[in-house]
Design a protein. Sequence first.
Length: 406
Amino acid sequence: MEFFRNPNIDFLGKKWYFIAFSLCFSVAGVLSMIFWHGINWGVEFRGGTLVYVKYTHPPDDNAVRAAMDRVGLHNARIQSFGVAGSNELLIDLPLAETTSVAGNEEAIDRGKTQIVNALQTNPPEGKKDLNNSSVLDINDYLLSNDPLHLGTDARQRYSVIAQDITNFRTRTKGGVLAGWDDLKGVVDPAVLTSLQQGFFLSDFGVYNTVTEGPQVGAQLRKQAMLATLYSLAGMLVYLAVRFEWIYGVAAVITVFHDTLITVGAFSLLDKPISLTVIAAILTLIGYSNNDTIVVFDRIRENLKLMRREKLSDIVNRSINQTLSRTILTAGLTFLTVLALFLFGGEVLHGFSFALVIGILIGTYSSIAIAAPILVAYQDWRGKRNQPAATASGGGGTRREKSKAKA
């Protein structure tokens, strides 16, 4: 299947338009990283706490932020999470706010308790919040009250009931019970009556908490940087061996260009860079490199067949010959990651967004950046060698003249 029959597009003739386009996006990304938003590292890299909260109604971000400020949890990043209408919030607390509660399971529980206390307004005295109670809290309450009068069998039976309540709350109701009627049919009426006496239902539930310490974040950030650099170095060596060193340099510059624009897009849109985004960037490096190698391989084949033609004409023809293949491969891959971006959910949002940007830029750069770099270098080398060749030729002429006179 071909999209074009013998295309003859002068890609190299439009190289200055391509360079201007790349410069605009690259400079905008760099300025954003330096002066505007910076690089929004995810909690895995910078340390901190992520709290996932589900409400029974559309939450008010300003009210949540004010509640966090009242208890001293400042600089919290609050954003909507999940699909539209899910009433979910993601509360991102920076490292400075969570240093005292980072590092282990007990610390995560303390961090969760701190945030739950901040979000609760006028809780009934002497009662616990069922929407934010653990299995152990519910089990201990049922054991102490024994609403089913189980006696010696109480521990095992109430443990199962407590687990059923939390599973129902998390898996069926998405993390929050809207009312006591939700538990009808899930637990015995006597248990439900007892729970109403010792618990109340708030309008939110914290269904997940993730805490990372500063040392883990710094280590992961270093490893992510090294993984990217090692992949670039390996690619340079591979292309230098398979082709020439200038091909490897052109490919590395191209991939650096792709990575810079992708990270710049995250900075401009203030999107967090998580571990999955780093995985997407490494995937992008491989994808862009593969597309560049296809073009370079065709250039190498045509150099043997069209020795008398200019290099720019050979490169243009090579790009045109691989154009249908490039559009087919990139187009199908792009449609796949676009579907992942649109329907993959919040967890895969950063990963798929990086691939959407990366595939577009990676396909473009193989044609608009890598090939012009190769031609520019060969032209520069030709001009550099030309004066030496001219001088050598002139010297030969003078020697011939002297011999003729003699």
